[in-house]
Design a protein around this ligand. Structure first.
Ligand code: SF4
Length: 129
């Protein structure tokens, strides 16, 4: 498989406690828990967008630039569709209103010392008060 230099998730195993919080936010299903630690199971499924970074309470996730297989959009779409079909996608919710990601797009946010999600309907109130 051809490789390219690009951003891809790096997981610091020493910091990872295996809580699993980063698994569900990864729409592409690139991250799984293996032997109690988060792992990028297929590098071609990681688009390097970093949506998982904000939810890690340990700061174990970063984006690094390195040689890796190119992001495979088709494989990621297939994986996402399979997860949806299997009911293996647990919708995330907005910390402020409880709205599901199925009802409004969510963005990662740090608040009160924790990593969570805010919906686009609550974001303006968060920014402007
Ligand atoms: S959220 Fe962080 S600590 Fe939890 S499993 Fe993922 S990398 Fe490990």
């Amino acid at each position: 498989m051809a490789t390219v230099t690009r951003g891809i998730v790096h997981i610091d195993e020493d910091k990872c406690t295996g809580c699993g919080l980063c698994v569900l936010p990864c729409a592409e299903g690139a991250i799984e828990l293996v032997d109690g630690k988060a792992k990028v199971v297929k590098e071609e499924l990681c688009d390097g967008a970093g949506f998982c970074l904000a939810v890690c309470p340990e700061g174990a996730l970063t984006i690094e630039q390195r040689e890796a297989p190119a992001f495979d959009e088709d494989a990621a779409a297939e994986r996402t569709a399979a997860k949806l079909a299997a009911g293996a996608v647990m919708a995330q919710t907005c910390f402020a209103c409880g709205r599901s990601e199925m009802d409004a797009p969510l963005l990662p946010v740090r608040t009160g010392g924790r990593s969570t999600w805010v919906c686009v309907k609550c974001l303006p109130q968060l920014i402007h008060g």
